[in-house]
Structure formats: C-alpha cells, structure tokens
Design a protein around this ligand. Sequence first.
Ligand SMILES: NC(=O)C1=CN([C@@H]2O[C@H](COP(=O)(O)OP(=O)(O)OC[C@H]3O[C@@H](n4cnc5c(N)ncnc54)[C@H](O)[C@@H]3O)[C@@H](O)[C@H]2O)[C@H](O)CC1
Ligand SMILES: [K+]
Length: 514
Amino acid sequence: MKLFSAEQIYAADKFTIAKQNITSDELMERSAVQIFNWMHLRMQGAPVKIHLFCGIGNNGGDGIALARHLQEHGYNIAVYVVNYSTKRSKDFLINLDRLKDRKIWPNFMDSDGEFPEIGADDIIVDAIFGIGLNRPPAKWVGKLIDHFHASKAFILSVDIPSGLYMNQVPEQKDAVVRANFVLSFQTPKLVFFLPETGIYIDQWEVLDIGLDMEFLTAEETDYELIGKSEVLPMYVPRTKFSHKGTHGHVLLVGGSYGKIGAVTLASVAALKIGSGLVTSYVPACGYTILQTALPEAMVLTDGETAITSIDYTIKPSAIGIGMGMGTETQTIQAFATFLKSNSLPLVIDADGLNMLASNMELCSFLSKQTVLTPHEGELERLVGKWEDDFDKLAKVKALSKKFDCIVVIKGAHTITVYHDKGFVNTTGNPGMATAGCGDVLSGIITGLIAQGYESLKAAIFGVFLHGKSADLQIESKGYQALLASDVVEGLGTAYLDLFKLPEKPPQQEAESQE
Ligand SMILES: NC(=O)C1=CN([C@@H]2O[C@H](COP(=O)(O)OP(=O)(O)OC[C@H]3O[C@@H](n4cnc5c(N)ncnc54)[C@H](O)[C@@H]3O)[C@@H](O)[C@H]2O)[C@H](O)CC1
Ligand SMILES: [K+]
C-alpha cells in the first residue's frame, strides 16, 4: 500500500473532484459518512456521550459533518468548535450552517474559555487538525489536548491525531493527541510507523473515500507499506524437478568464542527459509557446536577463537557475514580483504556493520546492492547521530545512494531503504526484542538471495516473513517466552500463511451458511 504525502493527497482530492464531477463538500460528506458508518456499526446506538472537537479547517469540517449524522441517528453528542484561527474553510462553514439548520449549536472555544467536563467512559472525536497542520498548535490548544488525556476517555482521531505533522516530528511532544484509534482517509500516513511519532497511535484503519484509483495507481510514493498483498507476488514457488542445487548455496561467515550461537541461528534460518545448501564459516571452536546443533549444515573453520582469514573454494550463491564475529584486529583485516575481492551478493550484520562503521572507506568495496541490517545502535555508528526520525531516513537514503546498498533499519516497523524509497514492514511484535532475532533475520535474507530473489525483494520479503513467523508463534508462546529459535521454527507456517484466505466477517459467514 502506498503511503502518500500531504501534497499527493491534496492533488488526489483535486483530481477526483474534477474527474467525478463532484464538489469538495461532497467529498467531505463521503468522509464523514464513512466515519459515521464505522462508529454506528460498533456503537449500535449506545447512549455514550460523544464529544466532537472540531477545528476550523477541513478536518474540523469532517467532524462537524459527522456530528450531523450522529445526531440524526439519536446519538448523545456535544459539539465544540476549536477556534484556533479566523480562517475557516469553505466546507467547514457549509457544514456548520447545516448543523445550525438542525438546531445544533456548537460551543465555540478559544483561549479564554473553560474546557468542558469529559467522563472517562465518554468518547472524544478529535477533528481539530488534519494533514494541514503547518505550525505548532497554540498553547491553549495544547492544554485542551492535555485535558483530553486527563479525562481518560476513548479518543477517536479523524484522519491523523491532531498535532502530528505529515513530514516532520512535532516540536512540542505533549501537544499531540494520543489516539486510541485513528480513522485515516484513503491511505495510512508514514508518521504512524516511525518510532517518534507512532507512539501517538494505538490502532488505525483506512477508510476508502473513493479518491480516483487511476490517479493513486499512477502516483509514485517515497514510502510503501508492506503487507501480505505486497509480498505475495514476490513469492517464488518450488518446481517439481528442482533439486537442492537449484535453491542456492548460502555461506555464513561469523562467530567467535562464546558467540557461535549467532552464526548457528543464522545458518538454521537460511536452511528453513529454503536455501538448498548452507556452509557456516566459523572459528575452529565452533566446529563441534555447529555440527551437533545443525547436522544439515556444512562447516568450514579458521582461527581457533576468532575469524582471522576468509578463504574458501566452495561456490556460494550468497554470503552473510558478521553475526557474532567480534571486531579483533585480525578479524577486521580478514573482513577488509574479503570485501575487496568479493563480488557475490552480500548481507552484512552485527559486527560486520561495526567493522564497516569504523572503516567507512570499505563501503566502496561493497558488492552491488549489499544488504545492511543494522539496529538503531549500529545504524548510528554508520550514519552518525540524527536529529529525528526524518533526519535518520534522509541520512540512510544518502548512504544507500552513495554505496548502492540496501539498508534494513530494524525496529518495531522495520523500514527497508533503497536509494530514495522506503518499504515499511507491518509484521512483528515486541516479543522479538530478544537475543538472536537479528541473526535469524540475516540468515533469512541471505537464504532468500541464494534462492534467486533480488536483494531488495529478499530484504523486504525476509523482514515480512521474520515478523509474520513471530506473530504466529506468540499465539502459543506469548511475548516474554519467545526465543529467536521459535522465530526460525515458525518460518514454515509463515510461508503457509501467505496463502491462507482471510477469515470472513461473522455477518458474511452467517449469510453464506443460509
Ligand atoms: N482526501 C482526503 O483525505 C480528504 C480529507 N479531508 C480532510 O481535510 C483535512 C485537511 O484539511 P485542511 O483544511 O487542509 O487542513 P487542517 O484541517 O488540518 O488544518 C486547518 C488549517 O489550519 C491552518 N493551520 C495549520 N496549522 C495551524 C496552527 N498550528 N494554528 C493555526 N492554524 C493552523 C492551516 O493553514 C490549515 O488550512 C484532512 O486531514 C481530512 O480530515 C476532506 O474532508 C476531504 C478529503
Ligand atoms: K485529527
């Protein structure tokens, strides 16, 4: 799913209005009706108090139009106009008049007024600011937002939590609505998925307001949200006459005394994701461990307790390097020599990234589209400190372009960056914050590349499957008990899940049984 920018959404509105020969007010009405239907389906007329806080732009207009529909269906509403400016939008005013025609009188709030009482069991509809926010909200609006939070009422935000920008982090962290649910028009927003801004959203759902599909399809976006529909076309099925040689040979280089587990986990993940052969290149102290833990792998050994040179005669199809490798001087030398001669597809993780960060000149030797899989700490060593999430993304894009590499920024929503484009993952859960999960991911990505997936697709698909496996596994294991090995274990079911049809909603189920 594409993640559109504010400019693209405004352009889509304009295009849709012209092509469908409708007015902007009709588009607003569609938005409001969609929200109303969503609420009505869940509330079924419940007499819960609904406080609608509406700004004076089009987000506020949505709120005012929604108030009319709620009132018409007998809901218990109170409407407030948050008068943060005198520049009211045309469609806001049209809807305000319609409300007044129905004898609904909103409370007009400004910097002097008192805030209304809101009960903990009430519902707040947050329609103060939408995607048009372009400067910090006034102080009193920030206080109103505080008042929302203090009430403990359920907050439903229209389009985007008020106070969040589309393309930067908020200056005042407490002047942003913390939404329990966001109903976002047509497209989720990038800020829902970034660590500094995603914290303001518990749950979100997209409402289709019928923006022109032709326009949306043709429009290129900087970011894409990756779900099942995006990865399914990437999947390459096995063919009847394939054999283990058809599915590639992974070479994993890593491990040091006390850290052989890292390369073991990557090796087993590479096999489980489907690569035909796996060779693990480890220090001699890892030989027995690997052969015992993973009889399916082949093992090559080097120095006693750390890698001191990387020499092999096998012909791998992809190489993963760095897990548990350490950063001893001889290991760095071996790593540098290896990079200078290697032209095979490559994945670099953990200590491989640390060695790269302390010897950035080595980046120019990376084979094309090398995949780097840093967590935040490793990333900071590679690109330097960033000011905020947007600055981080800009720095990563610059690195990716400079060295033609793919950067997998690991996090709650892992983002895979290649040149100017970012792919935001939707699978995974907090149970994955556990030792060895990163090693598993690097094994998965290397294993996919070895099977013939292009490096970028392998990174996007690998990140998805890794998270999906963990999501399926916590159903029986729970968050705390999830181990990296469980994530490996679940890879088979993660593949199978790709082909599961979504469960029918209960209503449809009943109809199909009649
Ligand atoms: N296609 C769609 O998704 C549709 C979305 N709709 C809704 O429209 C809003 C965007 O509306 P817009 O009027 O452009 O912006 P806002 O309501 O977010 O902001 C109002 C207005 O206020 C000015 N402003 C910005 N920041 C401040 C500030 N800190 N203090 C004072 N004033 C400020 C700014 O100039 C804006 O003009 C979208 O989110 C949807 O909810 C449509 O209903 C239909 C189609
Ligand atoms: K809002």
